[in-house]
Write a protein that binds this ligand. Structure first.
Ligand code: F6P
Length: 539
């Protein structure tokens, strides 16, 4: 069964939401809290170690009811079933979307065209496990007999952002291996990494689903040439491994067949860290921790699949986001983790969310006349407070924000942690309540300064409070956002799992490169023409 193709704006619930919006758009959340003493508990979902408080949103019971009705009308339940049963919901690329299979227990069944993929998934997991142990324990050695000290992940987009974010986020759990990530085709990136490496003790993991990506192949070739200055061709088998679906191209690159970790076309690049694409994660934190990450994600999958929508974390977060996007016309969402460990989390989510839902044609092939994909940005608190929070508090734009915090600190410095969490809680309270003119005057503010010190408040936030940052809880958190992406894609009636929008730039870059090398002469607009000639005159 194909995904339903329902224009959300034609549904009854959408029309009800539109009328309802006109009534409630100016309500202040302060009043909603004052009217209902149970508001916070009514709008909090607890699941295992997750405490998700969505009460600081501009919704009331009617809003919530209409949003839930919308899930019925767009047939969300049926769509979830289609995804988990391996139907080709990535219709434009003719593929299933089964990353949940990668983190499911071995005895479950996920079928693609009638074939259960789980035996294959577990075969690759076992290969990751064995390889990780052999590298970490020093059984595998480099071409001069030394054990490995460094691992370099060479990939871009989904073949870089997920592993890089997870390794950075879980650095507390890291072993002795030093990990590096090379992604940009900018030669300065790879050269800065090479400066830190000893070819005798470095393992290279080339990650490319297609093994055709310009950036990854350029970086891999540059590294291979550098490596071959110190080693012979047969040393490549000891130092280079690859993760790809394109076995032929990997072999042509010179990589030993035993060193290939397969993946499958039913795993999208930006959802692939759970597959062998996560090999660098496994190497960095050990296989058991990697497996715990997967198990955490699986727990979120179970919650998403089975929980009633009214208390289903990804569904509720997606609905709230639709409410701001499509009714309040908010354009962006901020992700503010109150932990330095999640420094790269917003960057990671930018690909997941914006590459998936940045679409303007619906599932019927028609142009869309309502807002889709949110713009995602953010930085860890408290740093963010001293950077862009001014605009969230007192600017003219409505920016819903997710505040992510962990109750326990990993290093246990309670004094710092209490300060961190007090900021975490204070910010959402300030965004909710603001500060009135009366309050500003009562502080003894000079009269002509009063208007500048008023905070309107009424700024929406979700608080995602988790016990502790562990591989398992991070797995849950990432999977939570993956499912939110899915739900929003279903409601917006778009295909979330292709990414044709990144192709045009790639094609034009190939043409321009030929011109830089004087191998072609194409027609351009006058701006591009001049810029190209300017570059050629300087290089
Ligand atoms: O940016 C486009 C994209 O196709 C992403 O979806 C993908 O994660 C990335 O390029 C890298 O692709 P590959 O793993 O095939 O090198």
């Amino acid at each position: 069964m194909a995904l339903p193709k329902i224009n959300p704006t034609t549904t009854k619930s959408w029309k009800k939401l539109q009328e309802h919006f006109e009534e409630v758009k100016d309500y202040h959340m302060k009043d909603l809290f004052a009217q209902d003493q149970d508001r916070a508990s009514k709008y909090t979902i607890k699941y295992e170690d997750f405490y998700v408080d969505f009460s600081k949103n501009r919704i009331n019971e009617t809003t919530f009811r209409y949003l839930l009705e919308l899930t019925d009308e767009v047939k969300l339940k049926e769509a979830i079933k289609s995804q988990f049963s391996g139907e080709f919901i990535n219709q434009t690329e003719g593929r299933a979307v089964l990353h949940p299979a990668l983190r499911a227990p071995e005895n479950t069944e996920f079928k693609v065209e009638g074939v259960n993929v789980m035996p294959e998934v577990y075969k690759v997991k076992e290969k990751i496990n064995l390889f990780t142990n052999n590298v970490v324990n020093g059984h595998l050695k480099g071409f001069t007999g030394k054990t490995f000290t460094d691992v370099v992940n060479i990939g871009i987009g989904g073949s870089d952002l997920g592993p890089a974010m997870v390794v950075d986020s879980l650095q507390y759990y890291k072993n002795h291996l030093t990990t590096h990530f090379v992604s940009n085709v900018d030669g300065d990136h790879v050269n800065e990494i090479i400066k830190k490496l000893n070819p005798e003790t470095t393992l290279f993991v080339i990650v490319s689903k297609t093994f055709t990506t310009q950036e990854t192949l350029s970086n891999a070739n540059t590294i291979k040439s550098w490596f071959l200055k110190s080693a012979s061709e047969d040393a490549i088998a000891k130092h280079f491994v690859a993760v790809s679906t394109n076995i032929k191209n990997v072999k042509n690159f010179g990589i030993d067949e035993n060193n290939i970790f397969p993946m499958w076309d039913w795993v999208g690049g930006r959802f692939s860290l759970w597959s062998a694409v996560g090999l660098t994660i496994s190497l960095a934190i050990g296989y058991n921790n990697f497996d715990n990450l997967l198990q955490g994600a699986n727990k979120m999958d179970e919650h998403f699949k089975n929980e009633d929508f009214s208390s289903n974390i990804p569904v509720v977060l997606a609905l709230i986001s639709i409410w701001y996007n499509n009714f309040f016309k908010a354009e962006s969402e901020a992700i503010i983790p109150y932990t330095q460990y999640l420094n790269q989390f917003a960057t990671y989510l930018q690909q997941g969310i914006m590459e998936s839902n940045g679409k303007s044609v619906d599932r019927n092939g028609n142009p869309i006349d309502y807002q889709t994909g949110t713009i995602i940005w953010g930085e860890p608190g408290t740093n963010a407070q001293h950077a862009f929070f001014q605009l969230i508090h007192q600017g003219t734009k409505l920016i819903p924000a997710d505040f992510i915090g962990f109750a326990k600190s990993l290093h246990g410095n309670q004094d710092h942690h209490d300060k961190l969490i007090s900021n975490f809680l204070a910010q959402t309270e300030a965004l909710l309540n603001g500060k009135t003119e009366i309050e500003v005057i009562a502080e003894g503010t000079q009269k002509d300064i009063v208007p500048f010190k008023i905070f309107e408040g009424n700024k929406p936030t979700n608080t995602i409070f988790i016990n502790k940052l562990t591989p398992e809880s991070l797995g849950k958190l990432i999977a939570m956002y993956e499912h939110k992406i899915f739900v929003q894609g279903i409601i917006w009636n778009i295909f979330s799992y292709d990414q044709f929008g990144v192709e045009l730039g790639k094609q034009l870059a190939t043409k321009i490169l030929q011109e830089i090398n004087n191998k072609a002469n194409n027609k351009h607009d006058s701006s591009t023409h001049n810029l190209l000639n300017y570059y050629k005159s300087l290089s």
